[in-house]
Design a protein around this ligand. Structure first.
Ligand code: FAD
Length: 457
């Protein structure tokens, strides 16, 4: 059976575009954080037609299909649970067009986020969604996770930029949703339904994305705090100041120390917290904006450590921010990276809860994230070989989610549910709403072949 299916897959995508050796399959057990079962085969299609044929072949053989981009996901979305066929979209990586007049990009799913940003920038345009994995993650993965990033506080997340999609359904048919219109209220919004669906409804094979004119000026400032709570309180102070920053990123003392060891720069080791603040806009108004934003941060105890004087220095500050995840890996053999989201005014309170949970369970929890829009990443630093510590970490995770929900927040702000949080959906989503989500899944995928086990367990 397996040999027959492999032959069929090779016929669809060509001999060199199917992998099935044990060694290769082991690599696809993992994403950025989670691990599952090795797939039966990995295929690298080059067109929507090939993807459609692959999905049909998998359905006929009763094999699960797992779409995969760069595998940087942090919730196990691209990790097979029970084998099946991984459809790796990395070969479909063309930016087909950048339409300056309509501020639109036409892309394939395997385009790297940074490559689209760079291409747009070359045209004086701006593609805002900026996950810290920007240099490696794919737009297909961003769409499937509705990925965000630091500039989400002002510019929103991936879903705010997706105008239209082409995708292959679990029966092999191709669906086209939305289009090139900024305003489009014709019928149900299927584009938004597919965004954030984590590859459980369809395989995205092309996207029409909205671009913006590039903001002419930006100012980037690093502030240091003696109290972590002060940095959290700056979020509410910022809202009262009337300034919407382009980014407001928080790092606690543990995070600062790790990043500085890994990539020495401007962060102040010994500080309880740092905020990375950016404002952007027209050159004439940007300094006044910065002044007000800075005053809001200083009101809650922030001291300015560094002001970037040019684009290069600003980019260096951002490289330090992007270095957080890899640098934390040096402090402990493993980390459990969480992704809770609370209303911005509750950030300070949520930080207090995280610290209390860490103390109660004798754990080290580093805290960083997109404080400006309430999305925090408590990272529990662990050693998977220490069963007793893992048990405490499990309890801490449950308490973190419970605290976020109690404060009006939710399980994930950007990393998705995947395998990692499927077990917590019941407590986070109203029963009626969760029931409708499951009905939608069954409607799209009655045989349950599309990325099974994700979101709903
Ligand atoms: C260091 C680091 C920093 C990160 N920072 C951020 C951050 O700031 N913000 C953020 O949001 N995330 C962040 N992430 C998480 C991750 O990078 C994002 O979730 C990203 O969107 C995943 O893209 P990917 O191409 O790696 O997708 P994968 O990990 O390969 O897949 C992710 C999900 O998308 C599905 N999928 C992939 N391609 C398709 C497709 N074409 N059609 C349908 N489904 C598809 C997969 O099945 C899976 O469910 C970070 C990860 C790392 C390792």
């Amino acid at each position: 059976m397996k040999r027959q299916l492999l032959r069929k897959l090779r016929k669809i995508v060509g001999e060199g575009h199917v992998e099935s050796s044990t060694e290769d399959m082991l690599c696809y057990r993992y994403d950025g954080l989670e691990r599952g079962a090795p797939p039966d085969a990995v295929v690298h299609p080059a067109s929507v037609e090939e993807v459609a044929e692959l999905v049909r072949a998998a359905a006929a053989a009763g094999k699960p299909v797992v779409p995969r981009g760069a595998g940087t996901g942090l919730s196990g979305g691209s990790v097979p649970l029970t084998g099946g066929i991984v459809i790796d979209l990395n070969h479909m990586n063309r930016i087909r067009a950048i339409d300056r007049e309509n501020l639109i990009a036409e892309v394939e799913p395997g385009v790297i986020n940074w490559d689209l940003k760079t291409a747009a920038d070359g045209e004086g345009l701006f593609y805002p969604p900026d996950p810290s994995s920007t240099r490696v993650c794919t737009l297909g993965g961003n769409i499937a996770e509705n990925a965000g990033g630091p500039c989400g506080v002002k510019y929103g997340v991936t879903g705010d930029y997706v105008l239209g999609l082409e995708a292959v359904l679990p029966d092999g048919n191709v669906i086209r949703t939305g289009g090139r219109n900024r305003r489009d209220v014709a019928g149900y919004d299927l584009t938004s339904l597919l965004v954030g669906s984590e590859g459980t409804l369809a395989v995205v094979t092309a996207a029409t994305l909205r671009l913006l004119p590039r903001p002419p000026a930006r100012r980037t400032v690093l502030l240091s705090y003696r109290e972590l709570a002060g940095a959290g309180a700056a979020v509410a102070a910022m809202a009262s100041s009337g300034v919407t920053p382009a980014a407001l990123e928080i790092m606690d003392g543990i995070t600062i120390e790790c990043v500085e060891k890994y990539r020495p720069g401007y962060l102040q080791v010994g500080a309880a917290a740092a905020l990375l603040l950016e404002v952007d806009g027209e050159a004439e108004g940007v300094d006044a904006q910065l002044e007000r934003a800075r005053a809001a941060c200083q009101e809650t105890g922030g001291e300015i450590v560094f002001t970037a004087s040019d684009e290069q220095e600003a980019e260096e500050l951002w490289e330090s921010r992007r270095a957080i995840s890899p640098s934390l890996g040096r402090l402990a053999p493993a980390k459990i990276g969480e992704d809770i989201s609370v209303p911005p005014a509750r950030v300070a309170e949520m930080i207090g809860r995280i610290q209390a949970i860490a103390t109660d369970h004798g754990l080290t929890i580093a805290v960083f994230g997109h404080a400006g829009d309430g999305n925090l990443h408590p990272n529990i630093l662990t050693d998977r070989r220490d069963a007793e510590q893992m048990r405490r970490a499990d309890m801490a995770i449950k308490e973190l989610f419970a605290a976020a929900i109690e404060l009006g927040g939710t399980l994930s702000g950007e990393h998705g549910i995947g395998l990692a949080k499927a077990g917590f959906m019941d407590g986070a989503i109203q029963a009626q709403a969760l029931g409708k989500m499951k009905e939608i899944k069954r409607l799209f995928d009655p045989d349950g072949i599309m990325n099974p086990g994700k979101i709903f367990g």
